[in-house]
Design a binder for this molecule. Structure first.
Ligand code: PA5
Length: 428
């Protein structure tokens, strides 16, 4: 993975960037070692802790049980509990025998009705993923799907339930009582950092992804980022550039690529930075665009709108087997493309976009060889480590999310949760 920075207006010089990295070098050194104050949140920092050989074997064994006779796995989870797995599965699955569907990430009855319809006549398994099992959406999703499984399969439905939660949680207890298979949600990993443990790896393995390659990609990235010093460290370069741009007044970072298969990766990345950095009235607003389509809409804003954003391009260099545009007897005006592959055309569009956009706004380019399980592992680790550094440069805790609690109080009040609790405790 390589990083480049373009800034036609030279908002800051390379010299200033180097100076800034030197000045903040201690942040990198402490993050590389893993700080004591965050030890309860750094389970992802050493990939082997939750994605080492033994853990991978356990995951593969459990996934094998589902793949034996399963046709659909419903992943029930929200936010960090489903985004990493979904990013990989939706990008790399090529329609094998096992289908992955998602529930517990919204409260739409129409969505649920359509989902249940897709399950008809199929051999269904569920994987409910919830760190403390108090979140509303997965709670509802699990109840509805559990009832569905019970109704369809009778006793014995329990073998179809895999629950990923923390030890001692209510979900853990339900596994003990009803015989569901329990998988650890590491206590020392927050949802949005959980791609390389049971949370992300189990659904990915069920979908037929090569989770060993994911772990290898993340592990190699760990070795690189935890051992490379100062200004040579790409995650530190990325974090420092973002930080300086923020200091220059930029408020939006827009992730961009020409690869539509990254659609759910965008969701993962957006959550990672929004929830980790957006606090104390600070932080870059993360958003994402899918080019080339969005060049025909957002592209206008980028080129001429309010100058609040900078762009981070993910450049996937190898496109694999390419489809070509062949000559045709119909004179449609596109003969200048005869013989070109879509990969060539995409490359030309990519370079043209970087050129045009970087004339106006700062652009970062992150080069990735190709899109596969290995590179997803690299990407997850790279951005997680960069997010840790970024949070520290910004002066916020990158591992908490106090702001997401506020609306819940109002919602639980409206739904009668507190009243129910006190009535059932006999406190009324
Ligand atoms: O990153 C996080 O910690 C959050 O986005 C959580 O993943 C999300 O809120 C879901 O939490 P839980 O797994 O407890 O249902």
């Amino acid at each position: 993975m390589r990083l480049e920075f373009y800034d036609a207006e030279r908002r800051f010089t390379l010299c200033r960037l180097k100076q800034y990295m030197k000045q903040e070098a201690d942040i990198l050194t402490r993050a590389q070692a893993g700080e004591e104050r965050y030890s309860g949140n750094l389970g992802w920092l050493h990939v082997d802790e939750w994605a080492g050989e033994e853990k991978l074997r356990e995951i593969e064994t459990c996934a094998g049980r589902v793949r034996e006779d399963g046709e659909i796995l419903v992943v029930i989870g929200i936010g960090g509990s489903n985004q990493a797995a979904r990013a990989v599965v939706e990008a790399l699955s090529c329609g094998g025998p096992m289908k992955i569907l998602y529930a517990g990430n919204n409260v739409s009855s129409q969505y649920m009705k359509q989902l249940l319809k897709q399950l008809e006549g199929k051999s269904v398994y569920v994987n409910v993923i919830a760190k403390n099992f108090e979140t509303l959406e997965p709670g509802i999703g699990f109840r509805i799907l559990r009832q569905y499984l019970k109704e369809r399969n009778g006793t014995g439905y329990e073998r179809r339930v895999f629950a990923t939660g923390t030890r001692g949680s209510r979900l853990h207890e339900l596994c003990r009582i009803y015989g569901y298979t329990f998988l650890d949600f590491p206590e020392n990993i927050g949802g949005r950092y959980s791609g390389l443990c049971n949370v992300g790896l189990f659904p990915a393995a069920v979908a037929g992804m090569d989770i060993r390659a994911m772990a290898a990609g993340a592990g190699d990235m760990e070795r690189e980022l935890r051992n490379t010093k100062g200004e040579e460290n790409t995650a530190f370069q990325y974090a420092a550039i973002r930080s300086l741009l923020y200091q220059e007044g930029f408020r939006v970072e827009m992730l961009a690529s020409f690869e539509p298969r990254l659609q759910y990766f965008y969701g993962w990345w957006t959550q990672l930075f929004a929830e980790s950095e957006g606090k104390q009235g600070k932080g870059l607003y993360p958003t994402a665009v899918k080019y080339s389509e969005d060049l025909h809409s957002i592209g206008q804003f980028v080129q001429e709108g309010t100058p609040i954003l900078f762009e981070t391009f993910l450049d996937i260099e190898e496109q694999g087997d390419a489809v070509s545009v062949e000559a045709d007897e119909v004179e449609d005006g596109f003969d200048y493309l005869n013989g070109s592959s879509l990969a060539d055309i995409s490359r030309a569009a990519f370079e043209a976009t970087v050129k045009a956009h970087s004339e106006r706004l700062p652009c970062i380019r992150i080069r990735i060889d190709e899109l596969n399980e290995y590179s997803f592992g690299q990407l997850f680790y790279f951005f997680e480590f960069a997010c840790y550094l970024s949070g520290k440069l910004l002066g916020v805790n990158p591992f908490d999310q106090p702001g997401v609690e506020n609306y819940k109080g109002y919602m639980f009040e409206a739904l009668g949760k507190y009243k129910y609790r006190s009535e059932s405790n006999g406190e009324n």
